[in-house]
Structure formats: structure tokens, C-alpha cells
Design a binder for this molecule. Structure first.
Ligand code: KIV
Ligand code: NA
Length: 279
């Protein structure tokens, strides 16, 4: 498979072919994503919860994001990689954001960065893109701002809020973002924003009128214990938890019963050599 670039993403967009994106947080999950033919792989700061067991994304450090980006980048041969800038590494000033973006590229080995925010982030997006680093914007529900948004709530539900979203979308486009994630936005709003923009929109909880879709891999593949809360927009395509559980429990049982390891898992020794050894 030929590596996906900014221009092949633009080609998909022009052809109106949906862009596929999924998160990965380590070497194996990136391997799956790349082998399955995803166009884009995101090392989201959802890493905080799905890989590091943190309460929310505000806790994850740049160093941790970089470590995981490096492992994902090693497995990602064709998909276009994006690293999420964690909270606190880009909001102070465009210069701070550029410094963080450069670290993400140089140390994390990803090809682009993502950051949350609309209009207010336009100068920051300009700064990073003018240094030759592609920026994926993220508007609508921005989880890093959950405390000021009053939790995880759908954005753009009222006329005023939808207009604000559209303004943010134009602002990040004009600032040079190569695409924009729309999270938790009514489908008809996301579809209209997509129509009006000239860059791709990547939806999550934003209906099928977007230019592409993204989901968190552990959510869509079902790699979590039963009973965990899932947002309405997640479709669970697999049951990785059950398969892992089945395998680990079978292994446990066979170790306890000495069924494992069987002769075929064991290294042989010539009988006469063992005979000598035994004496
Ligand atoms: O952190 C993340 O995984 C994300 C995607 C869900 C867009 O930001
Ligand atoms: Na994120």
C-alpha cells in the first residue's frame, strides 16, 4: 500500500470518498489499523483513559503522548499519522504550540498534530502550519474543555451554537488546518458545515454527512470489560474483550491442569544424551 499523504487525503476528499480514521495507542493497535487499510491513524489523548487508566485527558503528559506516538509510528507504514497535543502544551501562545508540535513530530515521529479549539486557536494553527507541520483542528465537543463546557454535551444544537460552530470551522480552515474533527454535533449541522467548507470534516458523533469518520479503537473493537459506558455515537464492531478473556482463561485452565505445554511446545533432547545426564 502506498503511504497516505496530505495530497492523497485531498484526492479522497475531491472524489467524495469518505476518509477513514481510527485511534491507536501502541504498536499492536497501530499495526491492526494500518493493516486494515485505515487512511489516518490518530494517537488521541483518549490514550489517557484507554491506555493509561486515567480519569480524563487533562492528566496525560507530553512525554507520555510522545512515547506512545513513537510506538504507533513504528507500526504505521501507510496510514497518515496524527498526534494529539495534550492539554497545557499549546494554549499559552502560538510559540508554545509550535514548540510542542515540533516535539511531537521530531520525538513522536508522527506526521501531523491535532489540537482542540476554534476561532481562538486560529493564530496558533497559522503558526504551526507556517512551520510546515499539518494541523488537524477539532471543534464541537472538545473533551479537554469539558469543565467549561459543563461536561460531555452535544454542541451546535441551537441556531446560535450552530452558527458559532460554523464560524469556528471557517476560522480553522482559513488558519490553514488540513481538516477538522467535528465531535458530538447534530448530523444536519455537521453536513451543512461540511458542504460550506473546502477542507475535509472528520466526524465523531456527527452523522454520515461528514467527509470522513473517526472512532476510538478500543471502543469500536469492544476491548473493555462489560458494563462500561459508551457514548451514543459508538458502534461496537467487535468483541476483543471476550476473545482476550477466552484465551487467557483457557491458558490458565491448561496450566493448572498441566495440559499446557504439550509435547509439541517442548524442546526435545536425544534420549542417549538425557540418559547420560540422568546418571
Ligand atoms: O483523543 C481522541 O481519541 C480524539 C478522537 C476521538 C477525535 O480526540
Ligand atoms: Na483527543
Amino acid at each position: 500500500r502506498k503511504p497516505i499523504t496530505i495530497s492523497s487525503l485531498q484526492t479522497l476528499y475531491r472524489k467524495n470518498e469518505p476518509i477513514t480514521m481510527i485511534t491507536a495507542h501502541d504498536f499492536p493497535s497501530a499495526h491492526v489499523a494500518d493493516h486494515a487499510g485505515m487512511d489516518m491513524v490518530l494517537v488521541g489523548d483518549s490514550l489517557a483513559m484507554v491506555a493509561l487508566g486515567m480519569e480524563d485527558t487533562s492528566e496525560v503528559l507530553m512525554e507520555e503522548m510522545i512515547l506512545h506516538c513513537r510506538s504507533v509510528a513504528r507500526a504505521t507504514k501507510a496510514a497518515f499519522t496524527v498526534g494529539d497535543l495534550p492539554m497545557g502544551t499549546y494554549e499559552i501562545a502560538p510559540e508554545q504550540a509550535l514548540e510542542s508540535a515540533i516535539r511531537m513530530i521530531k520525538e513522536g515521529r508522527v506526521k501531523s498534530v491535532k489540537l482542540e479549539g476554534g476561532k481562538e486557536m486560529a493564530p496558533t494553527i497559522s503558526k504551526i502550519t507556517s512551520a510546515g507541520i499539518p494541523v488537524l483542528a477539532h471543534i464541537g465537543l472538545t473533551p479537554q474543555r469539558q469543565n467549561s463546557l459543563g461536561g460531555f454535551r452535544v454542541q451546535g444544537k441551537s441556531t446560535a451554537s450552530a452558527l458559532r460552530l460554523l464560524g469556528d470551522a471557517f476560522a480553522v480552515q482559513d488558519a490553514g488546518a488540513f481538516a477538522v474533527v467535528l465531535e458530538a454535533v447534530p448530523a444536519e449541522v455537521a453536513a451543512l458545515v461540511t458542504k460550506k467548507l473546502s477542507i475535509p470534516t472528520i466526524g465523531i458523533g456527527a452523522g454520515n454527512g461528514c467527509s470522513g469518520q473517526v472512532l476510538v479503537q478500543v471502543d469500536m473493537s469492544g476491548y473493555f470489560p462489560p458494563g462500561r459506558f459508551l457514548p451514543k455515537f459508538v458502534k461496537q464492531y467487535g468483541d476483543v474483550w471476550s476473545e482476550s478473556m477466552r484465551a487467557v482463561q483457557a491458558y490458565k485452565k491448561e496450566v493448572k491442569s498441566r495440559a499446557y505445554p504439550a509435547p509439541e511446545h517442548t524442546y526435545p533432547m536425544p534420549k542417549e544424551e538425557f540418559f547420560e545426564f540422568e546418571r
